[in-house]
Every structure is written in C-alpha cells, then in structure tokens.
Design a protein around this ligand. Sequence first.
Ligand SMILES: [Zn+2]
Length: 350
Amino acid sequence: MKAVVLNSHGPIEHLNISKDQSLQDLQYGEIRLKIMYCGLNHLDLWLRKGGTGDKITLPRIPGSDIVGIIESSKGEGVFNLSKGDTVLVYPGTSCGDCTYCQKGRETLCKEFKIIGYHIDGGYSDYINVPAKNVVKIEAQNLDAWAAVPVSYITAWNGLVTKGNLTMFDTVVVWGATGGLGYAALTIAEGFSAKTIGIVGSKEKELFLRERGYKGHIVVRSENLQKEIRELTDNQGVDIVLDHVGQETWKESLKMLKRGGRLAFCGVTTGHQAVTDLRYILGKQLTIHGSWMGDMNDFKEVVQFIEVNENLPYIWKTYSLDEVRDAHQVMEEQRHIGKIVLKVNEEEKAI
Ligand SMILES: [Zn+2]
C-alpha cells in the first residue's frame, strides 16, 4: 500500500512517500479500513520535528484523524460492522484491562497510545484498527468529519466532561479560529453558553463572522483583560479553554471569576509558566488538564455534531503526494480552519 513514512525527525523533506508499505494481518477484534480522508493536527508537526520528550519510535506513519470505509476482510470477534460501512476512528488505543480503562478513562492508561503518533496512522491507503474504536457515520461530508476527532474530543473533554459546561457559563476560548479553538467555540455555542473567542487579527474575526459565529470576539491586545471585564460586568468568566500554554497562562488565570475553571490542553508556546498562586487560592479556581479525550467523549462528540450539524471548516484539501505542502502551510500558520489529506478516491486493491 501507499503511505507517508517518517524515518527520522526533521524538516518537511523527512516525509517520504512509500509505495510498497506492508500491512499486517488482521488481529482479533480488528477491522481493515480503506482510508478516505485524514485530518492534520499540530500533533503531526510535533511528531515530525521530534524533541517533545514523548517516547516515539520510528519509522512512523503519521495521521490521527481518520475517516474510512470498512474493507471486506475483518478479524475474528468483530460484530455489528459490515463491509462498506463508513466510519470515524477514535485516535487512541489502550490496554482495555486496567482500572483506568475499566472506568472509561483510556487516556490515563499506561498503555495509552495515539494513532498516528505512538503507532501508525492515517497518511496511508489502508489501516487496521480495533473495531471498538470506530463509530459509523453517514457517507457525506467526509472531509469535514476527518477534521473532527482530536480537536473536538480534546475540547469536549476540557469543557464538558471535566469543565461541567452549562448554558449559564461564560466561556473564553484562546485561538478561536484554530482547529481546537473553533471546536471549543462550537461546543460552547451548542450548550447556549455565552462565548468570547480571542483571535489574533481582524481577518480572523471576519472569518468567524462569515462562519455564522454569533458570540463575542476580542482581538488580542494589551487591553484584553479590560475588554473581558467589560463583557462580563466586571465578574470575569466561568471557563477558559487554553491550548496555548506559557504565553497565555497568566492571562487565563487572571480573567477567571471566583470558582472558575481552567480547561488546559496545549503547550504550543512553551511549558514553563509563572503562576500567581493568589488567584488559585483566593478565587478557588479549578485547573484541569486534557490530553485528548476518552472514547466516551468521542461518542458524545459524534452525536453532538450530528444533532447540531456543525462540522469543522476545511481550509484546504491536499492529496497524499502533496503532504509536504500541507505540512509547510500548517507550520507557517497560513491557514484558518483545518487541513485534510484526501487519501482514496475509488475502489482499488491493496
Ligand atoms: Zn488500560
């Protein structure tokens, strides 16, 4: 099969197309998917560049957000799925047996691995995945569905599962036009919460309005805290979703009201932040981390999107052969919304 293989960490030239990549035989409980689309995430850049401190072995096929069609072959122990079903893949695997797994907290399992990061992913014609990882979806808007898993389940875990989001909350989202930020805004709007999206430019503000976003928008400036206070009658906000890290940490804690919650899920700008502990103590803040989300978050996200009919915005679609261009655009942040790879177009044999 054809796949993009990363043999060593480095710049985009390290992404190489292999046309004779082998695929293992199906194991118990696995299904084989013909991949239609694979969404890109910042995780893909971390994988390519290396140096994160995570235990990564190479070579590796990147790609965590996968939409595919079930092939004829399926392993033993697979029920309720048929050839031709269109499915979305939960991008993590775990032991299935430990205390965390049994409680549905797969991301805490010692064996938790992200597909397309710790194990081979979706920059590929075909993949074998555990049948328990997939949810059936309608066979339409597959490019947009391929932009859902990592962003939406991280936002869902931070805002809903751990953040106890309600319609009475005011929610601030940093980087509101990025994949994760946009997912968070969509989810908060779906709960009828009051939303404040923080963006870096007027162009990004316009993008949100064109997409039909009706909440508040603040273009980032030195007046940020003042603007947040004005929008909340000097109360501050209930939840902040921060996936930026070092650069925004202090501001996030400052804008929270008494009893506020910080949904923290990314360290894009660095991981050494200074904390004024008086905020946490005096305002009795809750800080929780989300390293992606669990299978249950994934299932709820699929239902949420089906009900709200609000899929992510796809900035551009690239072919597998254009993967280097796709990475370049993402690295230089020239896009708004999500980037996906179109992997397969028609029936073909392995
Ligand atoms: Zn486990």
